[in-house]
Design a protein around this ligand. Structure first.
Ligand SMILES: [Fe+2]
Length: 311
């Protein structure tokens, strides 16, 4: 096991994401019947909170809003003391943060919100209630695997996440994408929990949901096809992360992905690799996916997300 030599701390794991869009709550049936999530609660403001089959209390939230965007990306801290330490670290760096407090969202817990340099809200929480009924191996998403964010300032944003949240670069996709992992004290980490994609403006690129196995991954694609929706890209297998992918455009106007078997990086030995984008077999090791549809590319480019001025 490696111990990081600096004392910086960052989030321990990805919890999920809260999205906002006009008409988004009317698409909840799609997320339940076709995608395979379940509603756990409705908030006082009409936000719906959905869970996967894993222990996370909720992994995906949807709130009615005038604009399409992210409400916040949600990260987990293993303890309240680590959460307090992260808060102090961000505050010392003059990053806008709210005060740590008991949370009123479903599952409760203790947390705060910070603002990244492009106006995205990031929530950090500890002690959120967990579900005990895990181990469901059906073709249903277990958790949010990763979130890809569009950014016009990829290098600066990547540097910020590394400096202030202790993220580490796992790999690059040419000069278009950088894959970042939460750097914990574990010997192995998920290949990425966020990735940044060079784009015209900050927005949501896609959210990926982890299936419990490659078989359930395929079965999930089958469920979508039976419901009349073929993947807009995939199935294929990414080079960086070595994870199978199938992308769909959701009726709420966001790109969502089924994935599984995401590579676990060995912290002691990993060195970032630059994966080419002009070698088909490096982009899709199965060579099955073909190109993404133009429509999906457009949705992936996102709509400009003005974000927040204060957390
Ligand atoms: Fe992805």
């Amino acid at each position: 096991m490696t111990q990081s030599i600096d004392t910086k701390i960052g989030p321990d794991f990805m919890r999920g994401i809260a999205m906002r869009a006009p008409g988004v709550t009317a698409t909840r049936g799609f997320y339940e019947k076709n995608w395979g999530l379940r509603t756990v609660a409705e908030g006082n403001d009409g936000t719906f909170y959905l869970r996967g089959t894993g222990s996370e209390h909720w992994v995906y939230a949807m709130r009615e809003d005038r604009d399409f965007g992210i409400d916040y990306v949600h990260f987990g801290m293993n303890t309240r003391s680590r959460l307090d330490a992260l808060h102090a670290q961000l505050q010392a760096a003059s990053i806008p943060v709210t005060a740590p407090a008991e949370l009123s969202t479903p599952g409760g817990g203790y947390g705060f919100t910070a603002l990244d340099p492009e106006g995205r809200r990031l929530r950090f929480s500890a002690d959120v209630a967990r579900h005990a009924d895990t181990g469901d191996e059906r073709a249903l998403p277990r958790k949010v695997s990763h979130v890809v964010l569009n950014t016009p300032a990829m290098e600066a944003t990547s540097a910020w996440y590394q400096e202030h949240l202790n993220f580490r670069v796992t790999d690059y996709s040419a000069d278009m994408m950088v894959f970042l992992r939460c750097a914990t004290d574990e010997a192995y980490s998920d290949h990425h929990c966020i990735a940044l994609n060079r784009a015209q403006y900050p927005s949501a690129n896609h959210v990926a949901f982890e299936m419990p196995s490659i078989d359930s991954f395929m079965r999930g694609i089958g469920r979508m096809k039976q419901a009349g929706q073929a993947p807009s890209w995939g199935p294929g297998r990414h080079g960086p992360g070595n994870n199978p992918f199938a992308y769909f455009v959701s009726p709420s106007g966001f790109v969502i992905e089924f994935t599984s078997e995401v590579h676990k990086v060995e912290e002691a030995t990993h060195a970032p690799e630059v994966w080419p984008r002009d070698v088909p077999e490096k982009m899709d090791t199965w060579m099955t996916a073909g190109p993404p549809t133009p429509a999906m590319r457009t949705v992936m480019a996102g709509r400009p997300d003005a974000g927040w001025q204060a957390p």
